[in-house]
Design a protein around this ligand. Structure first.
Ligand code: MN
Length: 228
């Protein structure tokens, strides 16, 4: 049987050191994973379990020098995050086995329509329109583990117009990468091709048309583009 129209291409991410692409299956995200950011959002970092939400796979932005300012917001926030790329998955993965699923790491931005998120939080609505919109998930090339180690410590930074806005270390994450993979796999069957945005440190703020953003995680990668 043939498709009634040509389907969209599978979203994919380039990989350092090879011409081959990483095909994206799903994008999962972790909320409230750095204490200082939880506090800046008015929350209590002593939570019982990680907060998860997701974005469509085609929300990624790769190899582009521009990101379009989305519609229906006046408060678009940057959230720089360590992104985990999976080469394997499963259900109910043990913490001890979780790192065996990892293909590599990247730096990404979880763009958030903060005004819509605040409304959703106040009304008990889902976060989808605040988080899962078009071009909401820029990502760098993936740094495969064949090139590098698991980043237990690495400086994570974001600049807007060369002014530093976020500056932290991935070692400050409340939930570690293996704990996140294990917890997430109790809700979803994880698969090769899944990306996990692991939460943002403090310093989130609004961006506007004309701003130049740069994000970097030492030893992992960097990302640079303009908001148009
Ligand atoms: Mn986030």
């Amino acid at each position: 049987m043939e498709y009634i129209f040509t389907p969209e291409k599978i979203p994919s991410v380039s990989i350092n050191g090879t011409d081959m692409l990483f095909p994206v299956h799903r994008i999962y995200c972790v909320g409230q994973n750095y204490s200082a950011h939880v506090r800046e959002m008015g929350g209590d970092p002593k939570r019982y379990s990680p907060v998860f939400f997701s974005k469509p796979a085609n929300a990624i932005v790769v190899d582009k020098q521009t990101v379009k300012y989305p519609q229906s917001t006046n408060d678009l926030h940057h959230e720089v995050e360590l992104v985990v790329a999976l080469a394997a998955g499963g259900e109910a993965i043990a913490v001890e086995a979780a790192l065996d699923c990892v293909y590599g790491y990247a730096v990404g931005i979880d763009f958030t329509r903060r005004d819509l998120q605040a409304e959703a939080k106040s009304k008990g609505w889902p976060w989808d329109v605040a988080k899962g919109f078009d071009e909401s998930a820029p990502i760098s090339a993936i740094n495969p583990l064949t090139n590098s180690k698991h980043p237990r410590q690495a400086r994570i930074r974001l600049w807007v117009n060369d002014k530093i806005r976020q500056d932290a270390d991935v070692a400050e994450m409340i939930w570690t990468v293996p704990e996140i993979i294990s917890a997430l796999s109790k809700f979803y069957a994880l698969k090769a091709g899944d990306l996990i945005y692991t939460g943002t440190p403090a310093g989130v703020s609004a961006v506007n048309v004309g701003d130049h953003l740069k994000a970097e995680i030492d030893g992992i990668g960097e990302l640079e583009f303009d908001i148009v």
